[in-house]
Design a protein. Structure first.
Length: 295
């Protein structure tokens, strides 16, 4: 491209950037009430299953199905907290941001601080084979992604997220060290509760209300939050490392991830507002060469 053509194109690029940011800022204002209610409400439903099932009010099979849904739905509210979307550091509601981050993922047993550190690395190094902690989810198709996710959780398999944290700790990262200690404590509590339930004669309830839903839901979350929006995980540019796709069973079943491209461009926009942002921003995304309307 000639210098004259470059100079002619530059103002359009700057104008698109201004328009994109103007749209994004309009949707970043206000407290994300929907996501906060989602996180705390979903946890309340899951906790209620225990008393309802143990008292015989709700059949165990029904509790099992609801618990799977609870695990599938529990990550997004914590994800907002990972990006400090409820309140930034130093703001009055910062405690609520951290509370939602910690408690909303109890059904899937995911330590909040570990999730935050590794997820922010994912944003920084999206699709980088050496530095993106989620790159291990790369697979040629969805069912291979599911099998790969299950295989990674088996004893003795390499833990990519653990390797990332160990490297940070070796480099003197105290936040990573605290996150690992917290994660170990949380996992010990989780295993202790399961053990206590088993010893008290409720091993089946523990398995069907927590352990197995955790396995199923975690695999589902990995598929839709990692594999689908980034497949085939080959490009690393800001406007190319994530895609907009159409899922045959709809955006709700896809956990709202069809428009995940908006999240990577502007993480401060809550999940429930991303569809509206995408519709408004679509001409700009198309002009930027984004991956749109893939299947």
């Amino acid at each position: 491209m000639s210098l004259a053509a470059t100079l002619d194109a530059a103002p359009d690029t700057r104008a698109m950037a201004r328009d994109e940011m103007a749209i994004a800022r309009r949707h970043m204002t206000g407290f994300p009430v929907v996501m906060a209610a989602w996180g705390l409400g979903n946890l309340a439903v899951w906790l209620s299953l225990w008393s309802l099932v143990l008292l015989g009010v709700l059949p165990l099979w029904a509790g099992f199905l609801i618990a799977i849904f609870n695990v599938m739905a529990c990550y997004h509210p914590s994800h907002e907290a990972q990006h400090s979307n409820y309140a930034l550091h130093g703001r009055p509601l910062r405690w609520l941001n951290e509370l939602i981050g910690y408690v909303s993922t109890i059904p899937m047993g995911l330590p909040f601080k570990i999730a935050r550190i590794t997820h922010l690395d994912h944003h920084t190094y999206t699709n980088d084979p050496l530095r993106d902690p989620d790159y291990g989810n790369k697979a040629p198709n969805w069912w291979r992604a599911v099998l790969g996710n299950i295989a990674k959780r088996q004893p003795g398999r390499p833990n990519v997220y653990g390797a990332v944290l160990r490297a940070k700790i070796a480099a003197g990262d105290q936040a990573a060290k605290r996150a690992v200690l917290e994660g170990m404590a949380q996992n010990a509590i989780y295993l202790s509760i399961l053990t206590a339930l088993a010893w008290s004669g409720h091993a089946i309830e523990a398995a069907l209300l927590w352990w197995l839903p955790k396995q199923i839901g975690s695999t589902y979350i990995s598929l839709f939050l990692s594999w689908f929006p980034h497949h085939p995980m080959e490009e690393q540019g800001r406007y190319r490392n994530t895609r907009h796709f159409h899922y045959g069973f709809g955006n709700v079943v896809a956990l709202g991830i069809e428009t995940h491209i908006i999240h990577h461009l502007h993480p401060g926009i809550p999940l429930n507002r991303q569809r509206a942002v995408f519709n408004e921003m679509r001409p700009i995304l198309a002009a930027r060469g984004c991956r749109l309307d893939e299947t």
